[in-house]
Design a protein around this ligand. Structure first.
Ligand SMILES: CC1=C(/C=C/C(C)=C/C=C/C(C)=C/C=O)C(C)(C)CCC1
Ligand SMILES: [Fe+2]
Length: 601
């Protein structure tokens, strides 16, 4: 494992041509662009956690059956400061860095203070985000780095805080069909409040880009959810969306803000300020994208830790959402470099195996399938705002106030009672044939959701993104068993509960990314791309290309370089076939960089 996780990877600055075996589909034209930690030691200093490593961008450009590989470290401010000092001088998730020991007491005191509200790192190592014509390397702090997807050069440093009041943001944004971004982040103790902020960044076409406008300037908050706790907001890595809703899990894996503010002087890392409480609940928040308001109702499930949402969709008046869930936060523990260096088979057994679970949340708590809303005035007349009257899901009813009944709350309570009257305590509110997930109504009106277990041992899930937010059938993922290192690629069929697998001795696959075929009819018409790290010195690493339907190997492109196990990325399809052929080479290159195709897969 040492070779996979611990050794610094060399950059491959010039594109190197891969040796291809098999046949790459003629329609597959574009660049697989991925991100992940590539440097784990600087000089004599080492990072403690795999998620601290310096971001190494790499790409496989597939063109007319040929594959070229290149990689380049993100030249973040963090990277530059570390290299210049020849040691780790900027703190990361699991590693707190200290200034030059010989600095005088004043600069030390100042540094201590500046760490109270830390200026987080811009070591953007987790994912790549497509924003209109632009591409960004992302992590979970407030910083992103714009990059050139073709040359992998690092461009501007972008601070989310200039556009939206957040201190943290996920590296897993969603995209709508037009490529507009929907992401969320956490605003920590801002004006006395800590909240989860959902926001949209419009994808700008080439014309806006020509005027030098940045899509980020048009970032728009569309919903904020107050955190249950001011000083220990949930840590979350991703969230789900359906066509009309957003699903956010406020899980009991919390960042202790006071601990974070004193971590520096206490000589501990920010990771040590994260804690999981198995006695707590996981609150399920559902936000209606049309009203921009949380759906009323208190939905919760048992304590769990989710990093990756897989997909979510609306069915029969419910929201079904699929996540890879752990019983505890052991995944984070396992990725400490110390754990990764041990021999997996014995010590580092995954305390809790990741499991694909399906939850169901009822959008209405009555049988009518639509939520009956009541608005009333003193005399009990139904006063309906025109906006409500115009809504298809508003059922107009005339309520006569019972004798002596005060208007106002009591009627509302009665109406509420009527709404939920149909659902007696302890009844299961989920009437969806396709799942055994339940949502039990409790006496205080809370709804306790329990999942259907679909499949164990998978992580780094991807889908055919054209089905994001809709009914879907296939999950492509890396299979992990006794270690967090993926050993296989799996295609799980939710409908038949069966799966296909790809594996090979000494091969460690990265997240499998689905690319749809141009004339796709079925959800799985396309290919799977996965960068395969090899620990067999006789076998160089390679890009694996599988047919997504049969899960058989179409081709592989060997590259004799040091390939790092990466985290996430996206595929940038070349601009349209015809356009590509006519455009002159340099424009082809530029256009390929900012191809206007649908949102990233
Ligand atoms: C630096 C830093 C952070 C970085 C977190 C990272 C880098 C998380 C990576 C998670 C991954 C890769 C999960 C994979 O499933 C926090 C905790 C947001 C806040 C404190 C400062
Ligand atoms: Fe992730």
């Amino acid at each position: 494992m040492n070779t996979i996780f611990a050794r610094n990877k060399k950059e491959q600055l010039e594109p190197v041509r891969a040796s291809v075996t098999g046949k790459i589909p003629a329609w597959l034209q574009g660049t697989l662009l991925r991100n992940g930690p590539g440097m784990h030691t600087v000089g004599e200093t080492s990072y403690n956690h795999w998620f601290d490593g310096l971001a190494l961008l790499h790409s496989f450009t597939i063109r007319d059956g040929e594959v070229h590989y290149r990689s380049k470290y993100l030249r973040s401010d963090t990277y530059n400061a570390n290299i210049e000092a020849n040691r780790i001088v900027v703190s990361e998730f699991g590693t707190m860095a200290y200034p030059d020991p010989c600095k005088n007491i004043f600069s030390k005191a100042f540094t201590y203070l500046s760490h109270t509200i830390p200026d987080f790192t811009d070591n953007c190592l987790i994912n790549i985000m497509k924003c209109g014509e632009d591409f960004y390397a992302t992590t979970e702090t407030n910083y992103m780095r714009k990059i050139n997807p073709q040359t992998l050069e690092t461009l501007e440093k972008v601070d989310y805080r200039k556009y939206v009041a957040i201190n943290l943001a996920t590296a897993h944004p969603h995209y709508d069909a037009a490529g507009n971004i929907l992401n969320m982040g956490t605003s920590i103790v801002d004006k006395g409040k800590t909240k989860y902020v959902m926001f949209k960044i419009p994808a700008m076409g080439p014309e806006a880009k020509k005027k030098g406008k940045s899509p980020l300037k048009h970032t728009e908050v569309f919903c904020s959810i107050p955190a249950h706790s001011l000083l220990s907001p949930s840590y979350y890595h991703s969230f789900g969306i359906t066509e009309n809703y957003v699903v956010f899990l406020e899980q009991p894996f919390r960042l202790d803000i006071l601990k974070m503010a004193t971590a520096y002087v206490r000589g501990v890392s920010w990771a040590s300020c994260l804690s999981f409480n198995s006695e707590d609940k996981t609150y399920i928040h559902v936000v209606d994208q049309r009203t921009r308001k949380p759906v009323p109702g208190k939905f919760y499930t048992d304590a769990m830790v989710v990093f990756h949402h897989v997909n979510a969709h609306e069915e029969d008046g419910c929201i079904l959402f699929d996540v890879v869930a752990y019983e505890d936060s052991s995944l984070y523990q396992l990725f400490y470099m110390a754990s990764l260096k041990q021999d997996f088979k014995e010590s580092a057994k995954l305390a809790s195996v990741p499991a694909l679970k399906r939850f169901a949340v009822p959008l209405s708590v009555d049988k009518a399938g639509g939520r009956i809303r009541t608005q009333y005035s003193e005399v009990g007349q139904l006063c309906v705002t025109e906006k409500m009257a115009a809504r298809p899901d508003v059922v107009l009813i005339r309520v006569t106030l019972p004798r002596g009944c005060r208007s106002g709350h009591s009627l509302n309570a009665d109406a509420q009672e009527m709404n939920e009257g149909n659902a007696e305590e302890g009844s299961n509110l989920i009437k969806v044939a396709s799942t055994t997930a339940t949502a039990l109504k409790e006496k205080d009106g809370q709804v306790y959701c329990q999942p259907e277990l679909l499949c164990e041992g998978l992580e780094l899930p991807r889908i055919n993104y054209a089905h994001n937010g809709k009914q879907y059938r296939y999950v492509f993922a890396a299979e992990v068993q006794w270690s967090p290192v993926p050993t296989k690629i799996i295609k799980y069929d939710i409908l038949t509960k069966s799966s296909f697998k790809w594996e090979e001795e000494g091969c460690w696959p990265a997240e499998p990314l689905f690319v749809p075929a141009p004339d796709a009819k079925d959800e799985d018409d396309g290919v799977i791309l996965s960068a395969i790290v090899s620990t067999n010195p006789q076998k160089p690493p390679f890009l694996l290309i599988l047919d997504a339907k049969s899960f058989t190997e179409l081709a592989r492109a060997y590259v004799d370089v040091e390939l790092h196990l990466d985290l996430h990325g996206l595929f940038i399809p070349d601009a349209g076939e015809g356009a590509r052929k006519q455009a002159p080479p340099e424009e082809q290159r530029d256009r390929a960089a900012g191809s206007h195709a649908a949102p990233p897969t």
